[in-house]
Design a protein around this ligand. Structure first.
Ligand code: 4AZ
Length: 248
């Protein structure tokens, strides 16, 4: 996350770290969001090259270098990696994937871990202020550093037409069409998701609960004024999400 602040412990209990198993130690791959006792939503581009055996997830993590004594993180192996069947790596269309864990998480036993809600299909969040979180870089490019403490940044949701205009103006140099499965947020100087935040949550509070409105997908640089970050629009994929998660 570009600039902004450290989160507090337990403030984003749905935040997940997706790790690649390595002979020596796990390597951080991407962010993710827990949505029910068995399932994690992330970005397809994060997991498309992996089998379930390659990955594990860590829930309840906050400061990578220090454990909070009474609330340790927990880890789960993965039994299924379900990439959206129409994910297209060239354009990142339908950049959404769901991981199924090998055994359910008991949210009562781990009060610092709890799921984010799914948004409803027709809710419009344009203009709402929402929160993106992650351990990603604090600046674009080589000098940006990955973070040890989970960072948060507030971003306004930008409407589809405005985002289309802003992205086209950003020296793309080709005819750009914003796919309906994306939602944009940000465009304020220094407040953005950045490299390493991919797959992680963008949540908005509505009706007394936190809704997973977006999944960090891509952007042009980070934190440039007038250039929002691009997120997977979760409400666009509710049928697919329900199809692969129900009856489990
Ligand atoms: C990335 O590389 C990335 N500013 C994620 C989000 C944004 C840019 C890059 C949005 O994962």
């Amino acid at each position: 996350v570009y600039v902004d602040g450290d989160s507090e412990f337990g403030e984003y209990p749905w935040q997940v770290a997706i790790l690649k198993k390595d002979p020596k130690e796990s390597v951080y791959v991407c962010g993710g969001t827990v949505i029910d006792p068995l399932h994690i939503i992330t970005a397809a581009h994060c997991v498309k090259t992996y089998t379930p055996y390659d990955l594990r997830v860590r829930l309840g993590e906050w400061d990578v270098n220090h454990d909070v004594e009474f609330y340790p993180y927990i880890e789960r192996d993965i039994s299924n990696v379900m990439v959206h069947p129409e994910f297209y790596a060239g354009t990142l269309y339908n950049d959404i994937a769901i991981l199924r864990m090998d055994k359910p998480v008991d949210f009562h036993k781990h009060p610092h871990i709890s799921p984010a809600c799914l948004p409803s299909q027709y809710d419009d969040y344009t203009g709402a202020r929402c929160w993106t979180t992650g351990w990603g870089k604090d600046a674009f490019g080589d000098y940006g550093k990955y973070q040890n403490i989970l960072k948060e940044v507030d971003v306004p949701i930008v409407g589809h037409a405005q985002c289309q205009r802003q992205m086209q103006q950003t020296r793309l140099g080709y005819e750009f069409k914003l796919h309906p499965g994306f939602v944009c947020a940000g465009g304020e100087e220094g407040k953005d998701a950045c490299k390493g935040d991919g797959g992680g949550p963008m949540v908005c509070e509505r009706g007394g609960s936190w809704k997973l409105v977006g999944v960090v997908s891509w952007g042009i640089g980070c934190g440039q004024i007038g250039v929002p970050g691009v997120y997977v629009k979760v409400s666009h994929y509710l049928d697919w999400i329900k199809h692969v998660t129900q009856r489990f």
